[in-house]
Design a protein around this ligand. Sequence first.
Ligand code: UPG
Length: 345
Amino acid sequence: MLADRTIAITGGTGSFGHAVAKRLLQSDIKEIRIFSRDEKKQDDMRKHFGDRRLKFFIGDVRDSLSLKEVFYDADYVFHAAALKQVPSCEIFPMEAVKTNIIGTENVLNAAIENKVKKVICLSTDKATYPINAMGISKAMMEKLAVAKSRHASSKNMVIGCTRFGNVMASRGSVIPLFIEQIKAGRAITVTHPDMTRFMMSLEDAVDLVLFAFTHAQTGDILINKSPACTVGDLATAIKDLLKASNDIVVTGVRHGEKWHEKLLTNEESMIAEELDRFYRIPADHRDLSYSNDYVSGDRRPYLDSEYSSSSARRLQISEIKNKLLALDCIQEAIGQRGEEVSLNT
Ligand SMILES: O=c1ccn([C@@H]2O[C@H](COP(=O)(O)OP(=O)(O)O[C@H]3O[C@H](CO)[C@@H](O)[C@H](O)[C@H]3O)[C@@H](O)[C@H]2O)c(=O)[nH]1
């Protein structure tokens, strides 16, 4: 599917953009277009990869004109650009509307105009029964993608979404924060030790998007099965691995935070197809003439079976440690602390 093809990645300089670009560059892809706002991050990425198949486009999903250029003649789009921080979206909800909702509409319209063959939009567990502005805006992103897929299906275009839990060590997230706090000799700030989060690696996130890319039917939302852990266990695991003696302080839940996350609603779990590593939620392709379905309507019973981080398989501290050990930032931190210990002895 990639030979001689061009793919555009919005928000392409982020952790996901780097990881997926690394994977795609191993194929015989013709061109990867990285679309983002920050020229410095683009320059860093250009130097990091040093591969001429990567092309860089400055722009913003809020600006349709900038999308026109990057999608011109592109075959596929991965839409990763987003405002992702829960607390900041809570304080600036209209900014989440502009980037995550209107920006997605711009992306989808530009992709349809340019006859892009497939668009995969990246969503989050916070879009499932959303309670915060970030999750609500991402839920609207999913709704837009599914709604547009109705029209796009007649044009042989596939529009799909992926939904995943916390990506371990993604930029601005809690794992790099705890590492920084330990290095600086400060207390480790745990919001509440019993809060739970689904934990997946960046590679899991790339696998899910590539699975959606190869298998999604238009309107699908694809979800990664994922274990979960408590924030308290996560802090303990990092502290143990770095042999740190920092205090752990409980700071309280931040703006808009959920206690537990969900990846599937009860209603979705009733129609979801269970695959080996993933769930697939197909789109409801009925139109608004419900009366036509009265006779043959679906009468399946209500199932109370949402997929929540509170009931998902709970990682033991030893398992969290194993996952952490696969992260570059943890390996670097362990190395640095080892050097410090040997210098001091
Ligand atoms: O100082 C801190 C900061 C955070 N947390 C907790 O750590 C967990 C994870 O926090 P964080 O890494 O900030 O992630 P979330 O707020 O859960 O959201 C992340 O995970 C989403 C995927 O679900 C992404 O879309 C978001 O970009 C990303 O911020 C949460 O329970 C927080 O309460 C702490 O205990 N102490």
